[in-house]
Design a protein around this ligand. Structure first.
Ligand SMILES: [Zn+2]
Ligand SMILES: [Zn+2]
Length: 120
């Protein structure tokens, strides 16, 4: 058994498994969490939907909540696939609605293809 090093970044979690060569296991220098964080940074903090050119609405498309600041709204992927950023897969939701959708079986009445894309 080789000694699994700690992540050099957070020093809290074990480094992520990288690959195995012969009997020796190679680890990455960082844990999964830090690797993912860093990957996100590289995109300049831009989410995929931002890169796709989608613009967040000023209000929640589910409850109509009017945001005072855009951080109160987030973009929801109808099919749950964050890589599918076609406009008819994206909805602007407030934090409340987003959370509800995330945790519950709240049935979404939205279906892909139903939506009229914004004029951009
Ligand atoms: Zn780490
Ligand atoms: Zn809402």
């Amino acid at each position: 058994m080789s000694n699994r090093p700690l992540c050099i970044q957070c020093k809290a979690r074990p480094a992520a498994y990288n690959y195995k060569k012969g009997n020796k296991v190679y680890y990455r220098r960082r844990c999964d969490v830090c690797v993912r964080k860093n990957a996100k940074k590289k995109t300049n903090g831009l989410e995929n939907w931002q890169k796709s050119g989608y613009n967040k609405k000023q209000q929640c498309e589910s409850c109509g909540f009017q945001a005072q600041h855009e951080v109160q709204l987030d973009v929801y992927h109808l099919d749950g696939n964050r890589n599918n950023n076609s406009y008819n897969n994206l909805k602007t939701l407030c934090a409340n609605c987003l959370r509800l959708r995330g945790i519950s079986k709240v049935k979404t009445s939205w279906r892909q293809g139903h939506l009229i894309p914004d004029n951009l």
